[in-house]
Design a protein around this ligand. Structure first.
Ligand SMILES: Cc1cc2nc3c(=O)[nH]c(=O)nc-3n(C[C@H](O)[C@H](O)[C@H](O)COP(=O)(O)OP(=O)(O)OC[C@H]3O[C@@H](n4cnc5c(N)ncnc54)[C@H](O)[C@@H]3O)c2cc1C
Length: 352
């Protein structure tokens, strides 16, 4: 079992790090340790609850914009080459804002989004200030992480261990471990050795509904709400309706009043989601985005270890509402901080 590289966490963030390393030939060196693995559901495991799509939901800071751009490039390539098995798809997208978004954000998006277009005022909903269309990526979140899990195990020889760590130091328990990636999402707030008080959950509630005739992604960004319609790839015609961005709220309960609000807002935004005037709602879910004041943390640090000097610890958590869209961009930079460690490991032939 390869323990030179340990990744703590098997959400999309940990799996993306494993994927980039495995594609470079390091799969047999990697062990992923996680309390929850793809296929599980828990309020302490965010990834299965995501919509998910690529959107303009992220912040305006340079890091978020760069990770989005990198992530978009990777996801587009994945959709083109393995879209069906990965359950991700290129999808036409329309995004509207109640208030004008920042120039920095628009300039950044316009540089790389495929088919990017600023919409005429007559083509955007009443009450909105601004709108764009482009080709986005939609993701069947629970099935995408299961695809990555399978791929990493079966094709690249990555080892997965189900275990809840009681401290980040314990990830270094094997003498051959050279680097640990901390991809613990909301766990980073309380995990001894990390205990990042800047972390907080941002709750969302979504509805899984059926509307096989909907083939476009639509979002409306409000001052204190997000309304979205995301077709779910490889789901036999399901769509995700959302949502909420509740800062600091940590319950996994779902509320009928919120489901009603979602239905009201999404059917107003895109009345054609209804079939014969009705909507078949299959389920309501809630999930907790792992948010962090100041944005996600992608950083190499060194950690003192009992009796054996120090260990290399790379933090990669706090993706909030962008783990699927920006995860591969974050992984790219997290991996980039340990090129010196990687160059000391024997590498299997690259499978890129
Ligand atoms: C309603 C909703 C809609 C969303 N929509 C989108 C979207 O459209 N697009 C998008 O990009 N993102 C979206 N997101 C955000 C996205 O889901 C998150 O950014 C992403 O899932 C975070 O992944 P993560 O790997 O950091 O965390 P998680 O998925 O929570 O994974 C954390 C991992 O760490 C493990 N762990 C934690 N502590 C320990 C420990 N002590 N020992 C061992 N293991 C531990 C857990 O078991 C788990 O395996 C949405 C989220 C929600 C809730």
């Amino acid at each position: 079992m390869g323990k030179s590289i340990v990744i703590v966490g098997a959400g999309v963030i940990g799996l993306d790090v494993a994927l980039l390393l495995a594609e470079r030939g390091y799969g047999s060196h990697i062990t992923v340790i996680a309390e929850h693995l793809p296929g599980d559901t828990s309020i302490n495991y965010t990834s299965p609850w995501a919509g998910a799509n690529f959107s303009a939901i992220s912040g305006n800071d340079a890091n978020a914009l760069r990770w989005d751009k990198l992530g978009y490039g990777h996801m587009m390539k994945l959709a083109e080459e393995h879209g069906v098995e990965a359950c991700i798809s290129k999808t036409p997208s329309f995004e509207y804002w109640d208030e004008m978004p920042s120039r920095t954000k628009i300039d950044s998006m316009s540089e790389y989004l495929k088919d990017f277009k600023i919409l005429a005022k007559s083509d955007i909903p009443e009450g909105c200030q601004f709108g764009v269309s482009f080709t986005t990526i939609t993701v069947n979140a629970p099935r995408y992480i299961q695809y990555l899990h399978r791929l990493l195990k079966e094709k690249y020889g990555v080892t997965f261990i189900r275990e809840k760590l009681t401290s980040i130091e314990s990830a270094f328990s094997h003498p051959s471990t050279k680097v640990v990636f901390n991809c613990t999402g909301n766990g980073a707030r309380d995990l001894p050795g990390v205990q990042d008080s800047k972390c907080y959950p941002t709750r969302g509630q979504i509805l899984l509904t059926r509307a096989p005739h909907i083939a476009k992604n639509v979002m409306r960004h409000g001052k204190d709400y997000e309304t979205y319609i995301i077709p779910r790839p490889q789901s036999n015609g399901n769509i995700i309706l959302g949502g909420f961005m509740q800062k600091g709220v940590g319950t996994g309960d779902t509320f009928s009043s919120e489901s009603e609000s979602i239905l009201k807002r999404t059917t107003t935004l895109l009345p054609e989601i209804l079939t014969g005037g009705a909507m078949e709602v299959l389920a309501a879910f809630s999930g907790l985005r792992p948010s962090r004041e100041g944005g996600a943390r992608v950083e190499r640090t060194s950690i003192p270890l009992d009796g054996s000097g120090s260990g290399i610890l790379v933090h990669n958590y706090g993706a909030s509402g962008t783990g699927f869209q920006a995860g591969l961009g974050m992984a790219n930079e997290a991996v980039g901080t340990v090129e010196d460690v990687l160059s000391s490991l024997p590498q299997a032939k690259s499978r890129l």
